[in-house]
Design a protein around this ligand. Structure first.
Ligand SMILES: Cc1cc2nc3c(=O)[nH]c(=O)nc-3n(C[C@H](O)[C@H](O)[C@H](O)COP(=O)(O)OP(=O)(O)OC[C@H]3O[C@@H](n4cnc5c(N)ncnc54)[C@H](O)[C@@H]3O)c2cc1C
Length: 409
């Protein structure tokens, strides 16, 4: 019986282990934390958004853009739903975002643990893998607690995001030892730090709007939804969605800015007409009260301050220029982006093992036969909304299937 060693017992590692064991292999998981699947517990705010029914190639990013979809097509959202249903997880659909019906991420982990148990997968925790040595007959895996022999190895060590859950980036060194090149690894699905001494005054405000990342007079990415203003910059799902682009641009030492639009359903002309009509309805309102009821008070105060309109000036007396200033602040609020938050706060990383050096059918290394990759260690990151776990399931499934099917080295 062939032995498959899975390095890292996270989402992709557990899926790879279940698949390889179901295919008849003897499987061992080597995990350096005291338990497997720690990150899963914090996914989806503790509810685990495990996939999304809206799937298209653009939901996944890589330097090799066609690569992720080839794997996703082989194990799509429907396959994930039916896989989890077999494990007892009935899904709940929230606008296409799928969660376990119990709304508990722990249910997903429990279901995996039961399945791994049923398949007699050997789970060894507290085992840090330092080196994977290919030999004439399989691999020797060097750990802090001795050596492990295996015919095949699947590297599922994740990225550097949320390192407290175990993904400390040490897997990248294992990939490099095997001769693999890394696409620069950077925080993604992360908050953006911006300069502007007013952020403290508007911290805590949540507002519907759009955020666009700009560099060198070009709009690189844009998304709409609930933006959260913080004392250091901006957060929220739309900010997460564009953060990977900001991360890469900052890494390339480009000047990056975020342009916020607080009335995304209105054009500038419509916003201008809307403000003028508002001023006509209550011309006696002082500037400091003019925007009350339209925006959060903290934002209204900031815009009146930044517009330079005297606080007691009556709305009916606003000049052309003053309306223009307000429209500009509401529709094109530009703030320089100085950094992303760190790996500790990032949900995923962009970059990782270059997929050009991995077989797109099997996820086997092109340099080391018998070595496979799955999950975030690869240069693939998905949008926020269940896509990163879908990638973990699909890549784990593919690697597990081929590791147990292929001939021994
Ligand atoms: C707060 C948060 C919320 C998230 N929410 C969602 C969500 O709702 N939906 C979604 O799709 N995605 C979400 N994600 C992203 C998703 O969790 C990850 O993309 C996914 O878990 C990656 O799976 P993985 O198996 O590649 O890596 P991981 O799950 O990180 O697993 C890697 C494992 O390898 C182990 N390991 C690392 N190095 C070694 C070593 N040298 N030796 C032994 N073991 C090692 C680690 O301890 C870890 O257990 C979220 C992420 C975070 C941080």
């Amino acid at each position: 019986m062939r032995t498959v060693a899975v390095i890292g017992g996270g989402a992709s590692g557990m899926m790879a282990a279940v698949t390889a064991a179901s295919g008849g292999a003897r499987v061992v998981i080597l995990e350096h934390k005291d338990r497997i699947g720690k990150k899963i517990l914090s996914t989806g705010n503790g509810r685990c958004n495990f996939t999304n029914i809206q799937q298209e190639p653009l939901c996944y990013h890589s330097e090799n853009p066609l690569f992720p979809w080839r794997i996703i097509e082989k194990f799509d959202a429907r396959a994930a739903v039916s896989f989890f249903l077999k494990l007892g997880i009935y899904s709940k659909n929230r606008n296409g975002y799928l969660y376990p019906n119990s709304d508990q991420a722990s249910a997903v982990l429990d279901a995996f643990r039961m399945e791994l148990d049923r398949l007699h997968v050997d789970i060894r925790t507290g085992i840090h893998v330092r080196k994977i040595q290919p030999g004439k007959k399989g691999f020797t895996i060097y750990t802090d607690n001795g050596q492990v022999r295996a015919d095949k190895v699947i590297l599922c060590t994740g990225s550097k995001a949320a390192p407290a859950t175990g993904s400390d980036g040490s897997g990248y060194d294992l990939a490099k030892q095997a001769g693999h090149r890394l696409i620069p690894v950077l925080p993604a699905l992360v908050q953006l730090r911006c300069s502007g001494n007013f952020f403290k005054a508007i911290a805590g405000v949540r507002v519907n709007g759009s955020v666009a990342v700009w560099a060198e007079s070009e709009c690189i990415a844009k998304d709409t939804g609930e933006i959260q203003l913080t004392d250091y910059g901006i957060s929220g799902i739309p900010v997460f969605q564009v953060s990977r682009y900001a991360s890469k641009l900052l890494y390339e030492k480009k000047e990056v800015s975020a342009v916020l639009d607080f009335m995304p359903d209105f054009t500038e002309e419509q916003t201008d007409a809307f403000l003028r009509a508002r001023a006509k309805t209550r011309p006696e309102k002082p500037a400091e009260k003019f925007l009350i009821g339209l925006f959060h008070k903290k934002l209204s105060d900031l815009w009146i301050k930044l517009s330079g309109i005297p606080r007691d000036k009556k709305a009916g007396e606003f000049t052309e220029q003053e309306f223009g200033k307000l429209v500009c602040l509401i529709k094109q609020f530009e703030v320089p982006v100085t950094a992303t938050n760190s790996y500790e706060q990032a949900q995923v990383c962009c970059g990782g093992v270059d997929t050009a050096e991995v077989d797109p059918e099997t996820l086997e290394s092109v340099y080391v036969p018998g070595l496979y990759f799955a999950g975030e260690i690869l240069d693939v990151d998905g949008m926020c909304g269940g896509y990163n776990l879908q990638w973990a399931w699909a890549s784990g499934h593919t690697a597990g299937e081929h590791a147990c099917a292929a001939k021994s080295r």
